[in-house]
Each structure stands twice: as structure tokens, then as C-alpha cells.
Design a protein around this ligand. Structure first.
Ligand code: GUN
Length: 305
């Protein structure tokens, strides 16, 4: 390699995939379609968010979901229940929201307090209103390649991947993490885009070697900077779902699952933390609420991305 080529390679820095900017654009398109929906039905799409207890992080998320819904012209219904809410009372609320015609989307913020059965609550949500895409019916639709509602974070990741790469067909993708919320639906979405998908998890052998073969890396493990830059195949596209709070040089910082500085010298494009996947998750929720509203009203759903 010539000195010039070596210098160029060392300095190679990835394009930053601007989730914040993409989410803002998507928000504008959603706002337009909220008006179209209201023109047909005489009402705005409605999102109900349920929070049980007072976990500070969950409170911030729930407030932010309500605020974003209102900013886009939707109706927001926020239900904050005490920590000692019974399963019966929570299920009764879900039932009321299921039959409330002004509610198009229902989101029960997780995690729930330990005495509550999350799966039973998720299963009680009308799948047509399950804007989190967590109901087994929606997970089944996704795995079967049928239209349903798709979990918000993986949907946002897919939007960013397609905006960065165009067609994903034939690419080798690795998803690190196998949660119901992110890893599993992400793998299904990539498969539906004709990627060859590897699912890696805590028991995977030679994770670095497997990541090194992937054109697309989606990291969703929740472990600060565990994926090192020299594991990344040069020219790969990296989507970092992780958000961990760490102290660096005495200051609090939010970092992802990928060591950004070193990965950016090898990847062709990478999402930053913050400003990458985070803003997309909430906008995907708004997207799903709009989609649920159109479908429930028997209107043709708009293409938003
Ligand atoms: N808690 C953290 N992320 C999420 C999410 O996407 N949906 C729900 N319901 N709870 C969460």
C-alpha cells in the first residue's frame, strides 16, 4: 500500500446517519397525513400511553411520547397509575382503551412493576391498536410476512438503513441481541428485505469474527461500547441501538453498544448516540399510530417512507 493510500485509509471516517434529521422529516409527513385523516373522519388519531408507577426514566419517555403526539396534531391520552395497581385494574383499563373508538394506539410502558404480568397485559391489547408491535399476533404477522404493526425501534432502524443504503437485498446482516422488543423483530425485518441474517447473542462464539463478515451491523445489547471498531468490516453500515449512561473524564455521557470513535474509521456509515436510533423510535411510534388509525377507519394507509 502506498503511503498516500495508507493515510487515506487511516483517516476514513464514516458518514453519520442523522436519525434526528430523518425523524424530523418523517414527523412533517405524519403531520400532513394527520390532517388527511381528520378530513375523512372528523377526528385526530389518538394514542393512549399507560404508565404504572413512577420510574423516572419511564416518566420521561411517556411525557415525551405524549408531547410528540400532540406536536404532530394527534390526540394524546396519558394514564398514570399508582405503583400498587393490580393486574385486574390494569387489564380493565386496557379493555376500556380497546373499545374506545377515539383511541387508535395503545402503549403500556415497560418494564411494569414486578408484581404485574407484562405478557398477559400485552396479550390483552387489541392487536389492531398494538402500536408497540409486541402482541404475539403482530410478531406472528411479521414472521409470516403479513401486514401488521412492527415494533418501533427496529422499524426506525430499518428506515435509517434504507435511507442510507437503498436496497438491502443480498447483504449480510448481523443483529446482536435477541430481545422481543428489538433483536427478534429486527432480524425478521432484515430477512424480509432479503438480507442474509445472523442473530448473535450472549452465547454466540467468536462474536468479533461474525461481526467482521457483516455488511450491516445492528447492535442491541445494552452494553456500553462492547463492539470494537476493529471488529467492523471496512465499508459496513452500523446501526447502534444501545444507550448506556457512563462517566467519562468526570462527565456524564450517553454511549452506544459500539465504540463509535474506532468504528467510524472503518464503517461507511454509522448512527451516533445520541441522535441516531433514539429519535427514530418515538417517530416510529407516531408512524404506527397513524397507520393503525387509517387501517381502523378502513382508509388506505399512506406511504411515509
Ligand atoms: N420501554 C422501553 N422501550 C419501550 C418500548 O419501545 N415500548 C414500551 N412499551 N416500553 C418500553
Amino acid at each position: 500500500m502506498t503511503l498516500e493510500a495508507a493515510t487515506r485509509e487511516r483517516q476514513m471516517t464514516a458518514d453519520i446517519i442523522d436519525g434526528k434529521g430523518y425523524a424530523a422529516g418523517l414527523g412533517d409527513r405524519i403531520t400532513q397525513q394527520v390532517s388527511v385523516f381528520a378530513g375523512h373522519t372528523g377526528r385526530a388519531p389518538g394514542l393512549a400511553v399507560v404508565l404504572v408507577g413512577s420510574d423516572p426514566a419511564s416518566e420521561v419517555y411517556v411525557r415525551s411520547k405524549g408531547r410528540t403526539a400532540r406536536q404532530l396534531g394527534m390526540e394524546s391520552f396519558e394514564h398514570v397509575l399508582p405503583e400498587d395497581t393490580t393486574q385486574e385494574d390494569l387489564l380493565a383499563l386496557v379493555d376500556r382503551l380497546n373499545t374506545d373508538e377515539t383511541v387508535d394506539g395503545i402503549l403500556v410502558q415497560l418494564p411494569l412493576p414486578r408484581h404485574l404480568d407484562s405478557l398477559a397485559v400485552i396479550k390483552a391489547i387489541d392487536p389492531a391498536k398494538d402500536v408497540d408491535g409486541l402482541h404475539p399476533v403482530n410478531a406472528g404477522y411479521l414472521a409470516s410476512g403479513l401486514p401488521g404493526l412492527v415494533s418501533c425501534t427496529p422499524l426506525g432502524c430499518l428506515m435509517l438503513l434504507k435511507s442510507s443504503l437503498g436496497s438491502l437485498a443480498g447483504l449480510d446482516a448481523i443483529v446482536v441481541g435477541r430481545s422481543i422488543l428489538v433483536g427478534k423483530p429486527m432480524a425478521q425485518l432484515l430477512l424480509a428485505e432479503n438480507c442474509t441474517v445472523t442473530m448473535a447473542h450472549s452465547r454466540t462464539r467468536d462474536l468479533a469474527g461474525k461481526i467482521g463478515q457483516a455488511d450491516i451491523v445492528v447492535a442491541a445489547v445494552g452494553s456500553a461500547e462492547m463492539i470494537k471498531g476493529d471488529w467492523i468490516k471496512p465499508g459496513a453500515t452500523v446501526i447502534d441501538v444501545g444507550t448506556s449512561r457512563v462517566i467519562r473524564d468526570g462527565a456524564k455521557r450517553l454511549v452506544g453498544d459500539v465504540d463509535f470513535a474506532s468504528a467510524a474509521t472503518r464503517a461507511r456509515a454509522i448512527t451516533p448516540v445520541p441522535g441516531g436510533v433514539g429519535p427514530m423510535t418515538i417517530m416510529s411510534l407516531m408512524h404506527n399510530t397513524l397507520l393503525a388509525a387509517f387501517r381502523r377507519a378502513d382508509l388506505a394507509a399512506p406511504e411515509l417512507w
